[in-house]
Design a protein around this ligand. Structure first.
Ligand code: NAD
Ligand code: PRE
Length: 286
C-alpha cells in the first residue's frame, strides 16, 4: 500500500513490543499501538491479519471503535469460520468484506513482508449478501492497485477450493517431513543430508507457522477431511499399481498430472518463480 501510494497513513497493532518496533523500523507503519482498539480509530480501511482462530476476539475488541463507513476486511486462509467469528461483532455502520490473498511464504512477522508479495497473485473476496457496491469497488481498486488479481467467490466454495489447492497439500508436506524425520533416526541422518529438491520443497512448506496452520485445519475441518479422503483413495490406487507392476496405469496417471502442471504455468500462475529468500528482507533463504 505504501509503495503504491494508496494509503494516507498506515497504523498498526501487534501484541509484542518487538513486532511493533520492527514495523516502525522498516517503515511499513507510520504509527503503532499497543491495542487494536487504538489502531483502528478513524480508519477508512481495517485489515485483520491474525491467525483464523484469533479473528473473533480482535473483532470484538475493535468493534466499538470503528468509524462510520469504515471497511473491515481480513486475510485469513479460511472464510466461513472468519465470517462466523467476526460478522456478529461488527456494527451495521461498517462494511465487512472478507478476503484472502493467495500469496505468502513459510516466514512470519513484518520483516517477511515485501512490496511485490501480491503482484500478479490472486486475492479472493467473499462478499456477503447485501454488501455495499461502493465499498466493494473501493476495496477492489485498492487491491488491484497493489498488483493483485481480484476475484469474487462464495464463502463455502472458497473453503473447498482452498482445501484442494493449499490446505491439504500443506498437510501432506507436514506428514512427509514427519515420515522422513522418523526414518532419519533409523538411517543416521542420510535422509536429511541427501534430500533431493522434491523433498526440500516439502520441507519449505512444512516450515510454515504452526499456529496459522493449526487454525486452518481446525476451522476448515469438513472440506479438508473430504479432500484428504479423496487423496487417500488415489494413493491406495497408485500403491496397488506399484504392487501389481501396472506401468501403464502409472504412466497414464503421471501424464495427466504433468498436463495440469503445464496448464498452471501457461496460465501464468506458477508460484515457483519468486525467490522468497531474496524477496523477504530479514527472512531466511530457502
Ligand atoms: N503466510 C501465508 O502464506 C498466508 C497467506 C495468505 C493468508 N494468510 C493468513 O494471514 C493471516 C496472518 O498470517 P501471517 O502469515 O501474516 O502471519 P504472521 O505470523 O506474520 O502474523 C500474524 C500475527 O498475528 C499475531 N497473533 C497470533 N495470535 C494472536 C492472537 N491470539 N491475538 C492477537 N494477535 C495474534 C502474531 O503475533 C503475528 O503478529 C492468517 O490468518 C493466515 O491464515 C497467510
Ligand atoms: O508458498 C507458500 O509458502 C504458501 O503456502 C502460500 C499459501 C499457499 O499457496 O498455499 C499458503 C496459505 C495461504 O492461505 C495462501 C498461500
Amino acid at each position: 500500500l505504501r509503495k503504491a501510494g494508496l494509503a494516507g497513513e498506515i497504523w498498526g497493532h501487534a501484541r509484542s513490543e518487538e513486532t511493533r518496533a520492527a514495523a516502525l523500523e522498516i517503515g511499513i507503519c507510520d504509527q503503532v499501538f499497543e491495542t487494536a482498539a487504538e489502531a483502528v480509530r478513524g480508519a477508512d480501511l481495517v485489515v485483520l491479519c491474525v491467525p483464523v482462530g484469533a479473528m473473533g476476539a480482535i473483532a470484538a475488541e475493535i468493534a466499538p471503535h470503528l468509524a462510520v463507513g469504515c471497511t473491515v476486511t481480513d486475510v485469513g486462509s479460511v472464510k466461513a469460520a472468519v465470517v462466523e467469528a467476526v460478522g456478529p461483532h461488527l456494527p451495521a455502520h461498517v462494511h465487512f468484506i472478507p478476503g484472502h490473498p493467495l500469496a505468502g511464504t513459510e516466514h512470519s512477522g513484518p520483516r517477511s513482508g515485501f512490496a511485490a508479495l501480491f503482484s500478479n497473485r490472486w486475492w479472493l473476496l467473499t462478499p456477503l449478501e447485501g454488501t455495499d457496491a461502493g465499498a466493494l469497488a473501493r476495496l477492489k481498486a485498492c487491491l488491484t492497485g497493489i498488483g493483485a488479481n481480484v476475484d469474487e467467490m462464495e464463502v463455502a466454495r472458497h473453503d473447498l477450493v482452498l482445501a484442494v489447492v493449499s490446505h491439504t497439500p500443506h498437510l501432506i508436506a507436514y506428514t512427509m517431513v514427519g515420515v522422513a524425520d522418523h526414518l532419519r533416526r533409523v538411517t543416521h541422518e542420510e535422509v536429511i543430508k541427501y534430500s533431493a529438491s522434491g523433498f526440500r520443497d516439502f520441507t519449505r512448506i512444512a516450515a510454515s507457522d504452526p499456529t496459522m496452520w493449526r487454525d486452518v485445519f481446525l476451522t476448515n475441518k469438513d472440506a479438508t477431511l473430504d479432500i484428504l479422503g479423496r487423496f487417500t483413495e488415489e494413493l491406495f490406487m497408485l500403491q496397488r499399481a506399484i504392487r501389481m507392476g501396472d506401468g501403464q496405469m502409472l504412466h497414464d496417471y503421471f501424464t495427466r498430472t504433468r498436463a495440469i502442471r503445464r496448464g498452471i504455468i501457461e496460465a501464468g500462475q506458477d508460484t515457483a518463480a519468486p525467490d522468497f529468500g531474496r524477496g523477504a528482507p530479514g527472512g531466511e533463504s530457502r
